[in-house]
Structures are given as C-alpha cells and as structure tokens.
Design a protein around this ligand. Structure first.
Ligand code: SER
Length: 325
C-alpha cells in the first residue's frame, strides 16, 4: 500500500464516476492521492479516461452487499457518493430518483457507519432550495422546501447525513453544487445542462435553442473549481467545521448573459429560447448563492470568473471537436 512519510495514503471510492463530475474528479483525485488509491465505480462500461491511471469496477449502488464487500476488499477510507439521478430526469421518473438518490445514499451511509470508514462525502445541490427560499444571495442556513423530486431527495441526503453525524459520529460532509460547466463529459438530465450544450452548438452550428428563458439566472461554477471545492472539503480539518452542508458558487448568469459572453468570441452565434418543463424547476431555485459559510470554515474561493470559463471552454472544445473559432 502506498505510504507517504509513514502515513497510510487515503484510499477513496467514487460512485457515479461516469457522470459529469465524476469523470473529471477521478482524474484530479488520482493525481493527488495516487491512481491505485482511487477506485472509480459505475454501472456502465467505463470510458478510457476512468481506466487510464487506476481501477474501475462495476457497482450498482442499490446492491448494499456488493458495496460493502468492495469497501472492505479495497480497503477504502473515504466514499464520494456521486451516483444520482439529476433534476430533469428525476422529474420524468420520480420513483427511479427515489431509489437511486435516497436508497443509494442510505446504503452508502450505512456502509460507512457499519464499517467505520473515515468519511462520506455526498453532494447536495441548489435544488435543495424551493420557492419559499429567498432566491437572491440564498444563505447557507435557510428554509429548504423544494418542489422537485430531485430537490426532495437532496434534502434527504443533507438531513440523513447530518443525523448520522449526530447519532453515530459518521464524518458526513456535503456541498450544494450549483450548475457545473465542464468540457470533458456532458451533463446528463439536469436543468443547468444548457450552460454546457450551448458551447458545443456555438462551435458546431453557430446557433442554439435554449430550453430556459433568456432571463433565468442560476448560480454556476467551472469544473476545476468544482473539483477543488470537493477536495478542499474532504481535507478540511474536522475542528474547523461547524456545518456539514455548504453552499458553494462562483458566479451567476442568465442564458442571455452567457450568450453575450460567447458572442465576444463567436459573433455569428444566434440563440433562441423555447422554455420547456425545466423552466419551472429553474424558477424554484436560487438565482445566486451566499457561500460565506464555506469561505469562513474551510477557505473556499473560486478561481474562475465567467469570461475565463468561456475562453477556456471554447479553447478546450475547439481542440476536442477540431473546430476553430
Ligand atoms: N445541475 C443539477 C441539475 O440541473 C443541479 O444539481 O439537475
């Protein structure tokens, strides 16, 4: 087993590693903790990026025996439980969302409790908030009464994890991620997906039809900030944490503001708007987040602003798609 200055290197298992966040998070974790110490898992045959520098195993999060065997067999210390059905898909299949998001989280928390592992990090989301929450500069500690099934499952994650901390001293930690913009994997089934899709269409077609209205402001961040926030929270000293669940954000924008920023590089881009059922979900979420609790307790600070994200996304995607701009 890898050791550093006499200490056992932490071993991590990531569920849902095939998702938008997992696909990039696994690589960043492997750079930091060593490839063999980061076990990527998911239900499907993995893309090459997940098998490059470390192991990938098939895991169904609803199979608690398989989960516990894996955690013991691979000597895992920390579980990052990313497997989750996102907001738009959840709304189409609430029963699937319940099973994956609620029962999956139950299985992870139980495994961490029973096996006495070091930590469980289970993401939450801006979807934990609802229409009765103040939508501007939404505080960390405020009413969470979501009206989407995805949000309901995320409130469960937060409260169940915090209960396990209180009752069993399980080291549960959670981040309320905003929409995440990324260049490696496409997001699947979320309301904030437009903020990734627009880049592909801007390069390929020079036009994009947005499923949210032009003035729908939502909190967002770039993937490097998302992975940084995740690792910083995992590593935050326990004595500094007064909370277990943290708002994190980098900036907020509307679809028309994002389009304007992209047009600075691709002036021909034409964006039209045709809101669908995802508009109602977006309208129930915060427009901006107050993440001062994360900043105070573990030093959270994003590196990327919107102009930097747009430039970097266009550079990365134009190389990947072989389309110059
Ligand atoms: N990005 C997610 C979604 O849109 C929110 O957590 O579902």
């Amino acid at each position: 087993m890898a050791t550093r200055q006499g200490f056992k290197m932490k071993r991590l298992l990531v569920t849902g590693s095939y998702g938008q966040i997992g696909t990039e998070l696994v690589g960043v974790l492997r750079d930091k903790y060593g490839g063999e110490n980061v076990i990527a898992t998911g239900r499907k045959k993995p893309p090459e990026i997940l098998t490059k520098n470390g192991p990938y195993y098939r895991l169904d999060i609803l199979d608690e025996n398989q989960l516990q065997s894996m955690l013991v067999d691979y000597d895992i210390d920390i579980v990052i439980h990313n497997a989750s059905v996102l907001s738009a898909t959840a709304e189409k299949n609430p029963q699937l969302a319940y099973r994956t998001n609620v029962e999956g989280t139950y299985n992870v928390m139980e495994a961490v409790r029973i096996l006495g592992l070091d930590q469980a990090l289970v993401p939450s989301s801006i979807a934990a908030f609802g229409p009765s929450t103040p939508r501007e500069n939404t505080p960390n500690d405020v009413v969470t009464r979501p009206t989407s099934i995805y949000g309901v499952t995320k409130v469960f994650v937060e409260l169940f994890g915090e209960y396990y901390k209180l009752r069993y001293n399980v080291n549960f930690r959670s981040l309320r991620y905003p929409g995440v913009i990324s260049s490696e994997a496409l997001p699947g089934g979320g309301v904030t997906d437009y903020a990734v899709a627009i880049f592909y269409e801007a390069l390929k077609e020079k036009k994009y039809e947005c499923f949210l209205g032009p003035d729908t402001a939502l909190p967002m961040m770039y993937m490097p900030d998302c992975t940084k926030a995740t690792i910083d929270l995992i590593e935050a000293p326990e004595e500094k944490l007064k909370h277990r669940t943290f708002n994190v954000t980098a900036f907020s924008f509307t679809p028309s503001e994002l389009a304007e920023e992209i047009k600075k590089h691709i002036p021909e881009l034409e964006v039209t708007y045709k809101p669908d059922f995802r508009q109602a979900i977006a309208d129930s979420w915060p427009m901006s987040l107050d993440d001062s609790v994360a900043r105070d307790e573990w030093g959270w600070k994003p590196d990327y602003d919107l102009p930097a994200v747009v430039k970097d996304m266009l550079d990365k995607l134009s190389a990947k798609l072989k389309i110059s701009y």
